[in-house]
Design a protein around this ligand. Structure first.
Ligand SMILES: *Cc1c(COP(=O)(O)O)cnc(C)c1O
Length: 369
């Protein structure tokens, strides 16, 4: 169908800019294995994200999965079910047990007062998500982690470039993982990174992403292969040049949505957070059908009729996935369940025309009963 508006559209440099960037690759014949593009992007990202150390990966999921593996954990990991499959799968694929904490009804991050109730003598880590770019209560999470000796692994896939109290969001916890997937605020086509303070941890991560190879004739770990290649790094170098402009354009889209939807009865929006420099990654809207007079699914269908592709991020909750065969009791996370049944994520990307945003808002408001 023509003129369809999807929930997101990847940011891209001009074709000429990308060709110019990859020219060196033709000259060097160095296509992957931590080449010069990889190094240049990593240096640029460390600076832009304001983090100490970084390892880059084929994707954000492998950053999460291998970060957990590098910690050699056993037992339970307290996490949120209101997220993308990746967060929960990274835990389960490491042979760890996810323990689902409910979310708070304001910004949909983990409901921090509930974390301590879930700590047992088997708990080894907390894995929160800065969902939609909303920053978790990082201070309180660290306090709980310190009190019980737990690791903190942030899924920061939605918070590229976000700052909290002037500090890069990737500098919190033992490790914070970003996704550079095509659909994210910043992309390397596919890609991701783990940011951390402990250099020894970094060495373990490096070996895990490169077959456990320590030296030319020494393989002392059983690693995977999750290296970022030079073409993806080149895309990242180009996209990083334009990131501030892209985020500024996203801000205009969000402001336009706010103009129409803020304060509408039956519509709940995430609040602007104190001390946070946001990245305008997503625009989630929660419909209270009793007050608004239409359900999330009805609004979604009306938008679809007009070629507007809003998405149900995050529905279903990860603790209800068929993959887990009813192992987890979804009634233990009632707020997450409530929100997942009512949330709709509206189209949002840098080049989304503001008149389309107005059209989307008008369609939504026309559903109001
Ligand atoms: C996108 C995403 C990931 C995984 O990133 P990929 O780069 O696609 O592997 C992990 N967690 C969340 C919350 C995400 O949205």
């Amino acid at each position: 169908m023509k003129n369809n508006i999807l929930v997101t559209q990847s940011s891209m440099p001009s074709f000429e800019e990308y060709c110019e960037e990859v020219k060196d690759i033709w000259e060097s014949h160095w296509l992957t294995n931590m080449g010069t593009k990889h190094q240049e992007l990593q240096n640029g990202l460390i600076k832009y994200l304001d983090v100490e150390n970084m390892e880059m990966f084929t994707n954000g999921h492998m950053a999460l999965e291998l970060s957990l593996q590098a910690m050699n954990l056993k037992g339970e990991v307290i996490t949120t079910p209101f997220t993308f499959a990746s967060t929960t799968h990274a835990i389960v694929r490491n042979g760890l047990e996810p323990v689902f904490c409910d979310i708070n009804p304001i910004d949909f991050t983990m409901d921090v007062p509930k974390i301590e109730e879930l700590v047992t003598d088997r708990t080894c880590a907390i894995m929160p998500v800065h969902v939609y770019g909303n920053v978790c209560n990082v201070e309180e999470i660290q306090r709980i982690a310190d009190k019980y000796g737990l690791k903190v692994i942030y899924d920061a896939a939605h918070t590229f470039g976000v700052k909290y109290k002037g500090k890069g969001i990737g500098s919190f916890g033992d490790v914070s993982c970003f996704s550079f997937h095509a659909t994210k605020v910043f992309n390397t086509i596919e890609g991701g990174s783990a940011c951390f303070k402990d250099k020894e941890f970094g060495k373990a991560l490096y070996r895990l992403k490169n077959f456990g190879i320590r030296g030319p004739e020494v393989v002392d770990g059983v690693g995977a292969n999750a290296k970022m290649n030079e073409f993806c790094a080149a895309m990242g170098i180009c996209n990083l040049r334009h990131i501030e402009g892209e985020i500024a354009k996203r801000k205009l889209v969000v402001e336009k949505y706010m103009e129409y939807l803020n304060g509408v009865e039956g519509i709940q929006l995430n609040p602007v957070q104190d001390d946070v420099e946001p990245n305008y990654a997503y625009f989630p809207v929660v419909f209270n059908e009793k007050v608004f007079g239409a359900t999330r699914n009805e609004v979604m269908a009306k938008l679809a009729e007009q070629g507007i592709g809003a998405r149900k991020y995050f529905y279903p909750l990860t603790n209800t996935f068929d993959a887990f065969h009813g192992k987890y009791d979804v009634n233990k996370t009632p707020v997450a369940l409530y929100v997942s049944k009512r949330v709709l994520t509206l189209p949002l990307y840098a080049d989304l025309p503001l008149d389309i945003v107005e059209k989307i808002c008008k369609i939504i408001l026309s559903c109001k009963g």
